[in-house]
Design a protein around this ligand. Structure first.
Ligand code: FAD
Length: 444
């Protein structure tokens, strides 16, 4: 018999919040005192390219905030650094753990990690319970009438909205008991949380938007303003909070449902791409369409560097890349333009661009990033047709005719200091279309 008090653990991952959290609500309802846990996963951290990483800084601040809030409520928040399996092996020695609760994560690495952790816990007869929290519909909950994976967004959206009952958007409660800070004899270790420095990092840039719902006026106007990059409050700016779970998908959908159906459908794209990545995990690194796997991309490194730095001579592309480099954000329409330009005009493999975005985007999310890159490259389960090549000049005329956005990021535009286009649009379009057509073995 253990002399320790049995506890249950709630493991936070992409859900850095106490409120409206499906797995945490279940843990608190279990009747056992709940110990909160976050693991700084060394397998992920070791691959970060910069020592001053904005996203890690954000996570760190949020974890510290949660720890302070938990302490104020008389509870305990554990934060550990290491490989998740090793951390759990240690925790099993320190505590009498009755169960571990957590929310599902659909990325390929997370699924492997969770399988391994589940096996370890099972060997110790500890339940590992996972809940759907970051989406409303997951895995194969929405299929086509013939039982296949939906690949048309319109049909998926229709089924989604038909199945979306209002009570599914109700927030989960957070009533229950945390593990009191003085409960456990090893409490000396409880308060020791890693710091950025102890993990070998420094503070990175700060995020400017707060974890709160966008103002009602922004949401009401969303359908008019979403494609105007000069308007910094033209969109919800909630992607980063959905990524880290500092807002819940239920609260953002509740607001959108009440005020703007266009925003609802955009948020549902996120569920859609997560569903696709769960069904087709190999698409994280490979084109979904087998006919697009042997496209002879040029992959010119100098041109890639010019794209990364915002020096292509196409103002909208350059403005977007410079905004990304400076802030970790880029508006959706501009993301589409720079992605189309890289994969078609420069004819560079979408995976190069996907990786660059993954390193730089504050809201980087594998399912959304891969899904959108494959869309733009014409390689995905759902895609723009492979032969569609958007002109960055006509995009600019549509979304920023007065160059307000462009001038913010490329002040030298229109002067002799601004470089010439790196490639001619018409020439580049024909080059890409012909090469892809040949690789697909198709005739014009
Ligand atoms: C090449 C490319 C890469 C992208 N990479 C990412 C990424 O890594 N992470 C990410 O969150 N979004 C990504 N997007 C989608 C989209 O650009 C961002 O979600 C959006 O710009 C974030 O700003 P917002 O929150 O103000 O969006 P809003 O327009 O206010 O939309 C609200 C929410 O809906 C969801 N959403 C909107 N558009 C899309 C979309 N096309 N695909 C999936 N979800 C969407 C997001 O969760 C977003 O926060 C990418 C788009 C492109 C074209």
């Amino acid at each position: 018999m253990s002399d320790k008090t049995p506890v249950c653990l709630f493991w936070h991952r992409r859900d850095l919040r106490i409120h409206d959290n499906a797995g945490l609500a279940a843990a608190l309802a279990s009747g056992l005192p709940v110990l909160l846990l976050f693991i700084y996963d060394s397998d992920i951290l070791d691959h970060l390219p910069e020592k001053a990483d904005s996203r890690l800084t954000y996570i760190y601040d949020e974890v510290e905030g949660l720890a302070a809030a938990t302490a104020a409520a008389g509870g305990t928040f554990l934060a550990r650094y290491g490989q998740p399996l090793a951390v759990f092996e240690q925790l099993l020695k320190e505590f009498d753990i009755a169960a571990v609760h957590t929310n599902e994560d659909y990325e390929p690495y997370a699924r492997q990690r969770d399988t391994a952790v589940g096996e370890l816990l099972a060997r110790h007869r500890v339940d590992f319970l996972q809940y759907k929290d970051q989406v409303l519909f997951a895995k194969d909950e929405i299929l086509t009438k013939s039982g296949t994976v939906p690949k048309l967004f319109g049909a998926y959206l229709k089924s989604y909205l038909a199945l979306l009952a209002p009570e599914m958007l109700h927030p989960y409660g957070s009533a229950g008991a945390f593990v009191p800070a003085n409960l456990h004899h090893a409490s000396a270790t409880l308060a020791q949380r890693p710091t950025l420095q102890s993990m070998g990092f420094e503070r990175g840039g700060q995020l400017t938007t707060k974890a709160q719902l966008p103002p009602e006026s922004v949401v009401r106007n969303y359908h008019n303003t979403r494609n105007t990059p000069a308007n910094e409050r033209g969109t919800s700016r909630e992607s980063v909070h959905l990524r880290f779970g500092t807002l819940s998908v239920r609260e953002v959908l509740r607001q959108a449902e009440a005020l703007n159906k266009k925003l609802t459908s955009e948020i549902i794209w996120r569920d859609f791409f997560m569903m696709l990545l769960w069904h087709f995990p190999h698409t994280a690194t490979e084109s979904y369409d087998p006919k697009m796997r042997h496209v002879p991309y040029r992959n010119n490194e100098e041109e890639f560097r010019a794209w990364c730095a915002g020096r292509t001579g196409y103002p909208l592309v350059d403005a977007g890349m410079r905004e990304l480099n400076a802030t970790g954000y880029m508006p959706n329409r501009v993301r589409m333009t720079v992605a189309g330009f890289l994969t078609k005009h420069l004819f560079i493999d979408w995976r190069w661009g996907e990786k660059y975005f993954a390193d730089k985007l504050f809201d980087y999310d594998m399912a959304n990033n891969v899904g959108n890159w494959q869309w733009m490259a014409g390689t995905g389960a759902i895609s723009a047709p492979w032969f569609r090549v958007y002109s960055p000049e006509s995009q600019l005329e549509k979304v920023d005719p007065e160059l307000k956005y462009v001038k913010r990021w490329v002040p030298e535009v229109g002067t002799a200091a601004y470089g010439k286009p790196i490639v001619d649009h018409k020439f580049a379009r024909e080059r890409a279309v012909e090469a892809i057509r040949a690789a697909r073995n198709e005739t014009a």
